[in-house]
Write a protein that binds this ligand. Structure first.
Ligand code: ADP
Length: 487
């Protein structure tokens, strides 16, 4: 039996009031009475009744209308409607607006008690369920909040820089490591601002523009003081993008030392190699050679030629990386492509491969070094021929878009395993699936990458093992205003 639950009686009818009071007292309820609308509002403000019993008419007001209003304000308050005479239509309306029950004559103490108990029990059940649900949702929200706090702590403590951007490249989050790198110290100046306004670094601008086009997930950000950051752009659907930054200054320094060392060694190797080749060639002239001697001479020559090619590649790479090609001229790309392809025709037909060439009617000129661009094409098309079985397909396509030339060199060859793809532009790297007998030094793509970098372009690969490979190069076209001196 409920103990002292408060039942509020909103009645102005003194005839039935004593009966209700008696019935409720017998069942140990506390009772409060409101005889008009004002008193009712006040009672609801000052107490929390377990049930409201309202008469059909209250101080000239309509009990149903008042109940509808109260249920808007107190949706969990059970309200019982007391009717002077049974009316199925009013009952229907009462239940429709969400009242818990209706009481009509003949009234008996037992029936009042039962209706009150039922309404309060039902309301308690709903209340319990709501409280449980609220507890459950709050717990799961708290868990999420805890997870987010943990994530926040992790992001704030890691040594790598992290910048999270929204879809308009405004900063949502920038961790202390990233702030340090860009010399941003005050926390309050960062949130919600456009990233490029806060960090007007040209390399970041390039990363954001190209990242948004999904064409360059990774690039480098260099500073005047010699620091170099490796920047990874990752689009995040529904949020924007994340940029992670890693300081690779020391790796760059090691790389430079290694390059200098390799350059010196290659240089020193060139003269003895030329001498060996010269003397080996002389052997045949100083007297007749046996077949076996001829075979040995042939092998020595082939090996020396291989080493010479490698040394030449290394020296080339050293020169390109050192930026010795700063002299740039206006280049009609179309001419370079046709020239390169014509030179490679014999190789292509020897391997019975089909080459498809797709050029737009007009390709805007580029600014750069024609010899290097030819070398780039030579290496890409040469690889396509080399890594595609006899009878396969090759294609060279050019597309012009937004002031950029997009060159695609594709083949239907062996493909490159996903695990190798991030490394193929590294020096001496060869993929794990290079077919037996296919020679190479692993320097060709490193040369290509350096040439593309020197021309302010980008290069990446798309490849499926066993289906083929496409190298995509994007180069900026030449705009005469680019060469005007800046103020
Ligand atoms: P290599 O002298 O070995 O050809 P590159 O630097 O030109 O060196 O290329 C690096 C590696 O990338 C190659 O060894 C090969 O594994 C892979 N590769 C380059 N181009 C292709 C291609 N078109 N198809 C398949 N693999 C390729």
């Amino acid at each position: 039996m409920p103990k002292n639950d408060l039942v509020l009686l909103a009645f102005d009818d003194s005839q039935v009031l004593p009966l209700f009071e008696r019935a409720l007292a017998a069942a140990s309820y506390s009772v409060a009475i409101a005889q008009d609308r004002k008193a009712l509002d006040q009672a609801l403000q000052e107490s929390t009744p377990a049930l409201l019993i309202i008469a059909e008419k209250l101080g000239g007001g309509d009990g149903l209308a008042i109940s509808a209003e109260l249920l808007e304000r107190f949706p969990t308050l059970p309200i019982l409607l007391f009717l002077h005479a049974d009316s199925p239509q009013t009952v229907k309306k009462a239940l429709h607006i969400g009242m818990s029950d209706v009481l009509a004559p003949p009234l008996k103490i037992g029936s009042i008690e039962q209706a009150v108990a039922n309404s309060i029990r039902r309301a308690n059940r709903i209340g319990d369920w709501t409280r449980r649900e609220v507890r459950r949702t709050t717990a799961s929200l708290q868990q999420r909040l805890d997870d987010m706090q943990k994530l926040d702590i992790v992001i704030n403590h890691i040594e790598d820089g992290v910048i999270i951007l929204d879809e308009k490249t405004h900063i949502l989050l920038i961790n202390p490591a990233a702030r340090r790198e860009f010399g941003l110290w005050k926390e309050d100046e960062l949130g919600g601002k456009p990233a490029l306004e806060l960090i007007p670094h040209p390399d970041l601008r390039t990363l954001l523009t190209t990242g948004a086009n999904n064409s360059l997930p990774h690039s480098e950000i260099t500073f005047d003081d010699g620091r170099v950051l490796s920047a990874q752009y990752t689009p995040i659907p529904g949020i924007g993008a994340a940029i992670t930054l890693q300081d690779i200054t020391h790796l760059k320094q090691i790389d430079r030392l290694k390059t200098e060392f390799v350059h010196t060694v290659s240089h020193d190797l060139r003269s003895p190699l030329t001498a060996i080749l010269g003397y080996v060639e002389l052997l045949g002239r100083i007297g007749p050679l046996t077949d076996q001697q001829k075979e040995f001479v042939h092998r020595v020559t082939a090996s020396v030629q291989n080493i010479t090619a490698l040394v030449n590649d290394l020296l080339e790479l050293g020169r390109i990386e050192a930026g010795f090609d700063s002299q740039k001229e206006t280049i009609p790309l179309e001419g370079i492509i046709s020239y390169t392809i014509e030179n490679m025709r014999p190789q292509i037909s020897e391997r019975k491969q089909q080459l498809r060439l797709e050029l737009p009617e007009q390709i805007p000129s580029l600014r750069g070094n024609p010899i290097r661009l030819r070398q780039m094409l030579d290496n890409l098309i040469g690889n396509a021929i080399k890594y595609t079985p006899e009878g396969g397909n090759l294609s060279v396509e050019v597309e012009v878009q937004d002031g950029q030339v997009i060159l695609r060199v594709a083949d239907s060859g062996v493909g490159i395993p996903p695990a190798d793809q991030p490394h193929i532009f590294d020096k001496f790297y060869r993929a794990s699936n290079v077919p037996k007998g296919v020679g190479g030094s692993g320097l060709g793509l490193a040369i290509v990458k350096s040439i593309v970098d020197n021309h302010h372009g980008r290069i990446w690969v798309e490849s499926v093992i066993g289906e083929g490979t496409t190298f995509i190069v994007v180069l900026p076209t030449y705009r005469p205003e680019d060469t005007r001196p800046t103020k």
